[in-house]
Design a protein around this ligand. Structure first.
Ligand SMILES: Cc1cc2nc3c(=O)[nH]c(=O)nc-3n(C[C@H](O)[C@H](O)[C@H](O)COP(=O)(O)OP(=O)(O)OC[C@H]3O[C@@H](n4cnc5c(N)ncnc54)[C@H](O)[C@@H]3O)c2cc1C
Length: 469
């Protein structure tokens, strides 16, 4: 009760806030973290973790069915009840008590309430006013965006929260939005037994990725029985007698038992008192490369709320940067590649889509002198053990010819999420192309794809030997 002083006050204990608070506490600062819901944030309970728990069993079954000798051993369908129970274990039945000791061990004081900025270096948390000697870090994340479609709010649609914690699988699920959340949930619920209709206004799914990634995911969803409607917008929604009906601008109507809205996120800066420090509520809190809010020497914003990259790993990376800067280490240490929209990213559909850096189109729009090479993901010996011809995909490198480095990579294929880190190292480290021939992939791993990509680029051999045509 009353006023309490800390070195740093962090608002929001999602992945970004948690990591920042822990790192500062570890360094010996007195740190408070204010959390209004669950320590661990959206990612641990309603996003990354439960969604992957719901996707992985279907992925595994599909892969097993591709392998002769294993396919015969796999009979029957997924046990949706068991999968949801395992999901509940992974999200600890929405109990965050296992996450608290990590903070306590680092001497971070946890306040369980909504936090609001109240002028310079002041945060109100319930009955307490927390005074920050050095810094306030905003890490309040993002929430689902509900578009102003007639009748939609009244229909009480699912957001990611309901979709990732549902106890039962609806017989018919309609999904609005063909971005990452939409395609992942379409696949997850399809594999668990729902008849899924995926409605996307644009002309392709996951539109920020390479067009071949959109095509691969669309084809796979269709093959799995998802009704994919592109170039289609919902015009009104009606819920009646346990059924949701969507009227569309073309085709339809679509009838479903549940409707999931997955059209994007709004940043949680609208109700946290940013106006008391001269910022506009509802807008991303813009930051410099040290994660400091523009024109402030004490306010930081990390994770989704700064709008740079709505990904857990990037929020945690920003948390480390902010902590370093608060501790007096170098500011402005961001690399030029592999951040913001070019961050490493994985979509856990079948096929996976794993990408880092530029797509070809985005690089060209930024005026880079680039070219792309593509090879089939399944085109090497290692792929033989992954269902080979039934497990298609594409690997693309986008190469900056002026600097002879890779500025973008996209892989599609089954279980290729783990491919991404090698590409991220090449892109962020700006590894010269002729050096890459010396990073020899082991045989027979699927990573030999790198040899094929380099050869497709026409790069000389390891000793500068003749280029391949
Ligand atoms: C379905 C889905 C799947 C996803 N899958 C992935 C994935 O596989 N990989 C990936 O990298 N990203 C994924 N994401 C994105 C990822 O969840 C977010 O980027 C990440 O959670 C952002 O972390 P954060 O710490 O910025 O915010 P959040 O995780 O949103 O945490 C913010 C915290 O702040 C708290 N808070 C908010 N306002 C206040 C306040 N006023 N006072 C106190 N506390 C407050 C909230 O309760 C919350 O705990 C997914 C998102 C969704 C929706």
């Amino acid at each position: 009760m009353g006023e309490r002083e800390f070195d740093v006050v962090v608002i929001g204990a999602g992945p970004a806030g948690e990591v920042c608070a822990g790192r500062l506490g570890e360094a010996g600062l007195e740190v408070a973290v204010v959390e209004s819901h669950l320590i661990g944030g959206e990612c641990s309970f309603y996003a990354c973790m439960p969604s992957k728990a719901m996707l992985r069993p279907g992925e595994l079954l599909t892969e097993a069915r591709r392998i002769p000798g294993v396919a015969e051993a796999v009979t029957g369908d997924l046990d949706a009840g068991a999968i949801l129970r395992r999901r509940d274990e992974i999200i600890h039945d929405l109990d965050d008590s296992s996450q608290v000791p990590w903070l306590e061990q680092r001497n971070v004081t946890v306040f369980r309430s909504a936090g609001r900025l109240d002028g310079e270096k002041r945060v109100v948390a319930g009955d307490d006013t927390l005074i920050a000697r050095k810094a306030v870090v905003v890490a309040t994340g993002s929430s689902p965006l509900i578009p102003p479609i007639d009748g939609l709010r009244e229909a009480d649609p699912w957001t990611n929260r309901e979709a990732t914690t549902a106890k039962e699988v609806p017989a018919r699920l309609a999904i609005l939005g063909g971005g990452v959340v939409g395609v992942e949930m379409a696949q997850a619920y399809g594999s668990l037994g729902s008849r899924v209709t995926l409605i996307e206004r644009g002309d392709r799914l996951i539109a920020r990725e390479e067009p071949f990634a959109s095509d691969d995911v669309e084809q796979s969803l269709r093959e799995k029985g998802v009704d994919v409607m592109l170039g289609t917008a919902a015009t009104s929604v009606r819920a009646e007698g346990g059924e949701v009906t969507l009227e569309l601008d073309q085709g339809g109507p679509v009838h479903a038992d549940e409707l999931l809205v997955a059209i994007g996120r709004k940043l949680n800066s609208d109700d946290i008192g940013v106006d008391s420090v001269g910022l506009e509520p509802g807008k991303p809190i813009e930051v410099d490369d040290g994660m400091r809010a523009k024109s402030s020497d004490w306010l930081y914003a990390i994770g989704d709320v700064n709008g740079r990259a709505l990904l857990t790993h990037m929020g945690k990376y920003q948390a480390r940067i902010a902590a370093d800067v608060i501790l007096g280490h170098r500011a402005g240490c961001l690399p030029t590649n592999g951040v913001g929209a070019r961050s490493p990213r994985v979509i856990f559909t079948d096929p996976h889509v794993a990408a880092v850096g530029y797509t070809l189109d985005a690089a060209q729009q930024d005026g880079l002198n680039v070219r792309a090479v593509d090879v089939p993901t399944q085109g090497n010996a290692g792929a033989s053990f992954y269902g080979r011809d039934d497990a298609r995909g594409t690997a693309r490198l986008v190469v900056d010819d002026d600097r002879a480095i890779i500025v973008g990579a996209t892989f599609t294929g089954p279980e290729i999420a783990e491919f991404l880190q090698a590409a991220t190292i090449a892109v962020v480290g700006e590894v010269p192309l002729d050096r890459l021939f010396h990073a020899v992939p082991a045989f027979p791993t699927r990573s030999e794809i790198w040899l094929y990509l380099l050869e497709a680029l026409g790069i000389a051999g390891p000793c500068g030997g003749p280029q391949r045509a």
